[in-house]
Design a protein around this ligand. Sequence first.
Ligand SMILES: Nc1ncnc2c1ncn2[C@@H]1O[C@H](COP(=O)(O)OP(=O)(O)O)[C@@H](O)[C@H]1O
Ligand SMILES: [Mg+2]
Length: 388
Amino acid sequence: MIDGQRRIKERACSRLSARYLAALRAHLGRKDRVNGNGDSAQGLGRAVLAAGLAPLDLAVIHGRAVAAIAMSQDFTNGRKGWFNRKGFFLSQALIPLEAAHRATRETNRQLHEHNESLRRHTMLLTSGHRRLEREIARRKAREEDVRSAKERYRKLFLESQLMQKKLRQLTHQIISAQEEERKEISRELHDEVVQTLVGINVELAALGKGAAVGLETLKAKIARTQRLVEHSVNEVHRFARELRPAVLDDLGLIPALHAYSKSLAERKKLKIRMTAFGGVEALGSAKRTVLFRVAQEALTNVARHAHATQVRMSITEISGAIRMEISDNGKSFPVGKTLLAGNNKRLGLVGMRERVEMVGGHLTIKSAPGMGTTVCAEIPFTQEKARK
Ligand SMILES: Nc1ncnc2c1ncn2[C@@H]1O[C@H](COP(=O)(O)OP(=O)(O)O)[C@@H](O)[C@H]1O
Ligand SMILES: [Mg+2]
């Protein structure tokens, strides 16, 4: 207990002790020797309570008072029954304290109950709050998922729109390139074959009328007509080879490339050197056709655009793939810019890349001033037993 409080209590104790002694003495001194009504005893009890003292303090006050009375002369003899009566006095004094104690106990009990229900409520509230927090977190996560899914789909949608646009462009390019190719074939057929056939016809007509000419002249005319026929046959062969070389199906990729590069080298005064890994023939028909078309386009480009004198073509096996490289020593060109130009008529480079990627491969074109151009196609090498 704090010193100040203890002093106050002691002071109250000594003040009440004096009053208690006087009241007890008065109570015991009554002549009628009956237990009094105890009003003054209860009054003291209330005073003890008001002073903030406990029943034990009252017992101490009572003890002191009894001791004081017992030692005084007037109570030593002749006052029988005082022992019981002092007990009654104390019990009367204790009544207000006990009542207060009971009330305090009851209040405490109620307070305890109240606290208990408050604790239960708090617990319920806390767990409800936690549930709510968990639910909020779950919803937030779900909202985030929905938002990111939306964003993903939006991106995919935009990508697919872009691809659709590109596809449409490419289809357009293919159609116009096909048309160009047909025009070219028709023009070349007309220029090369039809003109020759017309020439043959003229020669034959002259022969029909030529009873008058001599044998030597006749022989010379027949020889010239035969050369024209041979030329036409060669031209038709060339067209057939360029459209779809039979040798590619019948003999394989390497003979087809040999035949094609030989004919191109002769026509365009180019030197084409070729080395090839024989195992390439184990590739399936689709992949061999892709390699043939890439070589055809790359070589045609060299002949058309590069002003080159030499071309090197090699087919090698690298880990899990076949690599075909075609390099020229001609003038270079800006590859990236040309590919991005999106020119409807220029489909050679784009077509090469599309074909190679269609069979799971990869095409690169490098071109630098003084170094010429190198086209490199790599396609996965999976041996196929039955060559289609
Ligand atoms: N080997 C090469 N050397 C120099 N320029 C080239 C070569 N290959 C392609 N090019 C350039 O790239 C352009 C596009 O080629 P391509 O797509 O095949 O179209 P095309 O052959 O019909 O012009 C050509 O017009 C040419 O300018
Ligand atoms: Mg081309």
